[in-house]
Design a protein around this ligand. Structure first.
Ligand code: DQA
Length: 144
């Protein structure tokens, strides 16, 4: 079961950027832990700071993979193009955020992509990704 974890802008700086909000661990380090924890899922990871590259990646995997776990970073709050891309593909997308976006600035409380995602997980630190993967892991084959 192929699952892509897709990270958007500035998430390449996890472990360096605003540690009080996003923690002190790099995503590459955490990804190794996720791969070990979900041997049944064929996990891959991709990050880009560029909106069009994220759209291309959604198109690339969105008709073959079983799931996408997507942290769109700040594009969450602005991108009509990413929300259209999620609508356009077949693969279900679970929106994740490390911080609790609903407890932050008002503009972070609006997600352009949420209506087109299967569901949203926010506020559990890096564990938000694990919770999203648990959703896909527990699906019976006929449900995906
Ligand atoms: C974020 C929340 C966004 O508002 C912010 O722009 C990010 C990270 C999160 O994971 O908490 O870059 O998506």
């Amino acid at each position: 079961m192929k699952i892509l974890i897709l990270n958007g802008p500035n998430l390449n700086l996890l472990g360096v950027r605003e540690k009080s909000v996003y923690g002190s661990r790099s995503f590459e380090d955490y990804f190794e832990e996720l791969k070990a924890a979900f041997p049944v899922l064929e996990l891959s990871y991709f990050q880009s700071n560029t909106e069009g590259v994220l759209i291309d990646k959604l198109h690339e995997v969105g008709f073959s993979h079983k799931g996408i776990v997507f942290n769109a970073g700040a594009y969450t709050h602005t991108s009509v193009a990413l929300s259209d891309a999620i609508r356009a593909i077949d693969t279900p997308v679970v929106e994740v955020h490390i911080s609790n976006v609903h407890a932050r600035e008002a503009w972070r409380q609006k997600s352009m992509i949420a209506p087109y995602c299967k569901g949203s997980i926010s506020g559990f630190g890096l564990e938000s990704y694990r919770l999203a993967l648990q959703y896909f892991e527990r699906l019976k084959p006929k449900q995906i």
